[in-house]
Ligand binder design. Structure first.
Ligand code: GLA
Length: 646
C-alpha cells in the first residue's frame, strides 16, 4: 500500500506530508521497547518519491501501557471526572510524568532522524488543547497557583484582582486556591478568566518544552505545531503562541451554514494576522466531508479547489489535508481523505490531482506576504474569553459571530479587511473595527486614542471598553475605557430577549443589545437613532472627531445586512471603497499578496454562478477570460492576476 501511496502522491503533485502524528503506541509498544522499522521504511519511500516529511513528535496520544502505569497523567474535568483512555489526547498539560515520557520519545525520535534527508520540519504533538485545554486536576491546581504567584506576586494583589471581598472568597494562603471546579453557583469571574489565560499558557509551556528539545538536537529543522483558528475554538490564544514556532500552521474545517466560506476566509485571514502577514502552512483541511459534525456534508464540485485556494489567497504556502488515505477502521473512518475508500479511480482523487497541478502554476505566489488592507478588524482572545462568561447582561452574546458579521458585511461590499490582533501594528490600517472589544486595559485605551488622534478611524461596538484586564468594570458610565474618546455615556445596558428586535431610523434592525446613550461631547454626531423600543429617539450609532481621525460606536447588533447598509457611512471619512468593478462587488472576494515575484490579486467567486470581472490589469496566472479578454470567474472559481510588484 505504501508504494502505491507514494506513486499516487507523485501523480497528485504531493511534495510534503505529515507523518506519525498518532504513532506513539506503534513506535514504543512498551516502556522499554521501540519499533522504528516501519517508520524507517515510510520515510525512505517518501524520500525516494521526492516527498518531504513534516515529522510528528508522535506525543499527541499516550499509549495504554503509559496510562495504565501512570493514571495520574489523565485529565480531570471541572466536575471531577477522569478522562479515560479510549479516544485521544488524554493527558494533563501540566503533568510532570507525561512530560517526562513524552520528551523521552521526542529525544529518541530526533536523535534517530536528525540527519534523515526526508525531514523538512518537526510537527509538535497535534492540535494542542483540542480535547484537553481545561484540566482541573491536582497537577493543574499546583501549576495554576505557581502561575498566579508569578502574575500577582502577593496574595493581597490576587485578592484585589479577583474581587474576593465579594461572597467571602478572600484567600489567606496560596494553597487554598483551586481551578474553577464545579461550584454551588458561578465561580469568581476573574478566577475563571485567569484560569483560561493559565490554561493557554500551560499548553504553550508544553509546546516550548518539545520545541526546545528539538532545537537542541536539530537546530536547523523548523518547528511548528498545528493551530485551530476556526469556528469557536477559543481555548488557545494563538496570537500569543505564534512567536514560539518557526512558522505558523493551521487546521481549518468548514462548518456548513450561510456564512461558512466567509468563516473560512475569516479564519485564514486571522491566521495570516497571527503570522504577521507572512506565509503560513495549511496543515489540515478536508477534501470533502468530516466525520464529527451532526451531518457531515460532502463538498460540492469546485469547493475542494476553492476552499484550498482561498487559504492560499490569505497566505497559505502549503495546502495539506487530513488525511492522505481514508481509513478502513478507527474513529475517523468516515472522514474524507485525498484517497477515499473508493480509491484513486474517483472524482475526489482526480480533483485532488487537479489541485496539485493548479498549485504548481501558482508557484510564483509562494513566499509573498499579505498586502495590508485599509481596514483592519481586531480579534482579541481576552475579550472573547471575558465577554462570553456567565452572569453578564446577556448569555446570548457571541464574540466571534459579531466579528464575522462585520467581515461578511465588508465582503458584501467587496472591501478588503485584515484580521489583526491587539499585538499588531494597528497604524497600518486607516480604519480599525473592534467588535465587542470588551477588555480594554488603560494602555490599550491610550493606544486607540492615539490611533484616532493620528488620523485613524476607530469603529467599536456594544459591550466594548467595559472592563480592565482584571475584569473590573471601568466606573462612571459605560464604555468606561472609551467613554471620553467616543463622547458618549451609557448608564444602563438594554439587552434584548431572544427573538426581540428594535427598528432604527435608517431602516436597519437591531437585535441582542441596545444601549441607553447620552451624548457627552458637543462634537459627537448621532448617525442613527433607535426608532422603536425603550431607546426610541435616542442615539444608536455615534461618531466623534478625535484629532485627525474619528471614533464611532455601534450600540446594537445589526447583523450582516444592517452592517452592509451602515458601513459606507462609517467608511466615508477614511475614503475606503471597493477595488472591484461594481458588477463583481459582493460576488467576488478580492485578496492581495505581494512579493518579489509580483502583486498577486486573488479573485474568489463566492457564488455558484459565473461572474465577469472586467477592467482589472495583470497577467492571468490562473483563470479564464472571455472573447473580449475580460476575466470571467466560473462558479466557485478562483482567478489570480499577477501585477507589477511596485
Ligand atoms: C483535527 C485533527 C485530525 C483529525 C481532524 C478531523 O484536525 O488534527 O487528527 O481528527 O481534526 O477533522
Amino acid at each position: 500500500m505504501w508504494e502505491e501511496d507514494v506513486r499516487l502522491m507523485r501523480e497528485a503533485g504531493v511534495n510534503v506530508v505529515s507523518v506519525g502524528i498518532f504513532s506513539w503506541a506503534r513506535l514504543q509498544p512498551t516502556a522499554d521497547t521501540w519499533d522504528f522499522g516501519w517508520l524507517d521504511d515510510v520515510l525512505g519511500l517518501l524520500h525516494e518519491g521526492g516527498v518531504g516529511v513534516d515529522l510528528a513528535t508522535a506525543t499527541a496520544s499516550p499509549p495504554p501501557w503509559l496510562t495504565t502505569a501512570h493514571p495520574e497523567v489523565l485529565p480531570v474535568t471541572a466536575t471531577g471526572e477522569t478522562l479515560w483512555p479510549g479516544a485521544r489526547q488524554h493527558w494533563r498539560p501540566t503533568s510532570p510524568v507525561f512530560r517526562e515520557h513524552a520528551l523521552r520519545l521526542v529525544r529518541t525520535l530526533a536523535e534517530r532522524y536528525k540527519d534523515h534527508p526526508a525531514l523538512v520540519a518537526w510537527h509538535v504533538s497535534n492540535e494542542l488543547g483540542c480535547h484537553n485545554v481545561y484540566d482541573y486536576s491536582d497537577d493543574a491546581a499546583r501549576a495554576f497557583r505557581e502561575w498566579l504567584r508569578e502574575r500577582y506576586g502577593t496574595l493581597d494583589a490576587l485578592n484585589d484582582a479577583w474581587g474576593t471581598a465579594f461572597w467571602s472568597q478572600r484567600y489567606s494562603a496560596w494553597e487554598q486556591i483551586l481551578p474553577p471546579r464545579l461550584a454551588a453557583s458561578h465561580p469568581n469571574p476573574t478566577q475563571q478568566l485567569d484560569f483560561k489565560r493559565f490554561s493557554s499558557d500551560a499548553l504553550k509551556d508544553y509546546l516550548r518544552a518539545e520545541r526546545d528539545l528539538l532545537r537542541e538536537i536539530t537546530p536547523d529543522v523548523p518547528v511548528t505545531t498545528n493551530f485551530m483558528v476556526m469556528g469557536n475554538t477559543k481555548g488557545m490564544d494563538y496570537a500569543d503562541w505564534a512567536e514560539e514556532i518557526d512558522f505558523v500552521s493551521n487546521d481549518h474545517y468548514v462548518h456548513p451554514g450561510p456564512q461558512d466560506r466567509d468563516e473560512l476566509s475569516f479564519s485564514a485571514n486571522l491566521t495570516s494576522g497571527i503570522s504577521g502577514g507572512r506565509p503560513w502552512f495549511l496543515m489540515e483541511h478536508s477534501t470533502s466531508a468530516v466525520n464529527w459534525q451532526p451531518v457531515n456534508v460532502a463538498k460540492r464540485p469546485g469547493e475542494l479547489a476553492r476552499d484550498s485556494l482561498l487559504h492560499v489567497a490569505h497566505g497559505a504556502d502549503a495546502v495539506c489535508f487530513f488525511q492522505w488515505r481514508q481509513s478502513a477502521a478507527g474513529a475517523e473512518k468516515y472522514h474524507s481523505a485525498m484517497v477515499p475508500h473508493a480509491g484513486a479511480d474517483s472524482d475526489l482523487f482526480r480533483a485532488v490531482a487537479e489541485l496539485g497541478a493548479t498549485l504548481k502554476t501558482l508557484a510564483p505566489v509562494a513566499g509573498s506576504e499579505r498586502e495590508p488592507a485599509k481596514v483592519g478588524i481586531v480579534h482579541d482572545w481576552d475579550s472573547w474569553w471575558a465577554s462570553e462568561q456567565d452572569s453578564h447582561p446577556t448569555a446570548l452574546l457571541r464574540y466571534r459571530q459579531e466579528a464575522l458579521d462585520w467581515y461578511s458585511a465588508l465582503l458584501r461590499l467587496g472591501i478588503r479587511a485584515d484580521l489583526v490582533t491587539t499585538r499588531s501594528d494597528l497604524r497600518r490600517h486607516q480604519v480599525l473595527i473592534a467588535p465587542v472589544l470588551h477588555v480594554v486595559p488603560a494602555d490599550l485605551a491610550k493606544t486607540l486614542t492615539r490611533y484616532t488622534e493620528q488620523g485613524g478611524h476607530l469603529i467599536t461596538t456594544y459591550f466594548s471598553g467595559v472592563v480592565d484586564e482584571h475584569d473590573h468594570v471601568w466606573l462612571g458610565g459605560y464604555p468606561g475605557a472609551l467613554r471620553d474618546l467616543l463622547g458618549i455615556r451609557v448608564e444602563e445596558f438594554g439587552p434584548l430577549l431572544a427573538g426581540d428586535s428594535v427598528e432604527l431610523d435608517d431602516a436597519t434592525t437591531g437585535t441582542l443589545w441596545t444601549d441607553r446613550i447620552t451624548v457627552t461631547a458637543d462634537d459627537t454626531d448621532v448617525l442613527v437613532r433607535y426608532r422603536t423600543g425603550e431607546q426610541a429617539g435616542r442615539p444608536a450609532v455615534t461618531r466623534r472627531p478625535s484629532g485627525r481621525g474619528t471614533a464611532a460606536y455601534v450600540s446594537t447588533r445589526l447583523g450582516v445586512d444592517g452592517l452592509a447598509a451602515l458601513l459606507p457611512r462609517l467608511l466615508a471619512p477614511a475614503g475606503v471603497e471597493s477595488e472591484l468593478p461594481a458588477e463583481a462587488r459582493g460576488s467576488v472576494e478580492p485578496v492581495v499578496r505581494r512579493g518579489p515575484e509580483g502583486r498577486f490579486l486573488f479573485l474568489v467567486n463566492r457564488t455558484d454562478d459565473a461572474v465577469p470581472v472586467p477592467g482589472l490589469d495583470g497577467e492571468v496566472l490562473l483563470g479564464d477570460t472571455g472573447d473580449d479578454g475580460a476575466l470571467i470567474l466560473g462558479p466557485r472559481a478562483v482567478a489570480v492576476l499577477r501585477q507589477p510588484a511596485s
